[in-house]
Design a protein around this ligand. Sequence first.
Ligand code: ASP
Length: 365
Amino acid sequence: MRGFSTRIARAFAALFVFIAVPAAAEDEPGWSIAIHGGAGTIARDDMTPQQDAAYRAALQSALDAGAQVLREGGSAMDAIQAAIEPMEDDPLFNAGRGAVFTWDGDIELDASIMDGRTRDAGAVAGVTGIRHPIALARKVMTDSPHVMLAGAGAAEFAAEQGLATMPPEWFETERRQKALERMKAERLSAIDVDIKFGTVGAVALDRDGNMAAGTSTGGMTGKRWGRIGDAPIIGAGTYADNRACAVSATGWGEFFIRVGVSHEICTRLRHRYRTEIDAAQASVPLDDEGFPTYIVHASEFGLDAAQAQEEIDAVIADVGSLGGDGGVIVVTRDGHPLFSMNTSGMYRGRATSDGLREVAIYGDE
Ligand code: ASP
């Protein structure tokens, strides 16, 4: 009988002729990034050509900022922060400057960030006056023993860390003020006035194979009683795990919390990898002693975009089945940048080391 080591040697020899090599295993490792600026009822007829162009330009420059970090060999964490911060500064989006108003006329910001390499995470909820809540969330991750800080305590921590602050007027826009007034005057729900969610987010895979996800938002118009949505909740609005994917969500936060959307997507993908690997292993020919002629190794195996898309769509369908709406951006560990939404549109963009560089708004593009 041949020894165990002989079988292993044969297994590895055969591995190289059998397994499809994913992008990340090629000579120059690839990178990938996806961003969003919110999902919602976004129809061509409701947008002027100027508005359409303004959103596309804002998305493109955020995408380019993140892609540049990755192209130059930077980390996924730095790339998503570089993509999110310009959107926090841009009044077009419901994050940082331009965020929606609470019922009491304030602006309370939520954000979270997660490092897929270590599964370290940081989040802030209901903070005011912080120019870049995503930067504060990252500081919570790197410089505090906690994952999530809220309200006054988060502000105290931000001051200690020297985070940039801005006066209330800097965040406030007439458009968001009017949405609150309309909501109160016409007794509308947040969903009626916020037909376009404007949360921002980014997910990335860097050349070292590490992933990160981040999300930043003002929440929903007229929120009250300290309402917190999904965006700062790790596993709901944001999740990253090198074993599977990175996810950032936008939509009706209560439903995304109840489904645990971002974690659910990563879990489904992680199990899908396992299922596919087991199936591949089962199809490996056996030698004359009944042992597999090679061992399929997880790191050499990929899911194609369609397989990953199926899992992501199933989770968004689940959100829909409960009555919620919104969407997600996902980068898989193989570097597929994917979207899924049950709304008519989502401000979004994606870029990869293979030369993909696109932004889109409507569901049919
Ligand atoms: N998900 C956010 C929230 O519920 C809203 C959004 O995506 O714009 O707070």
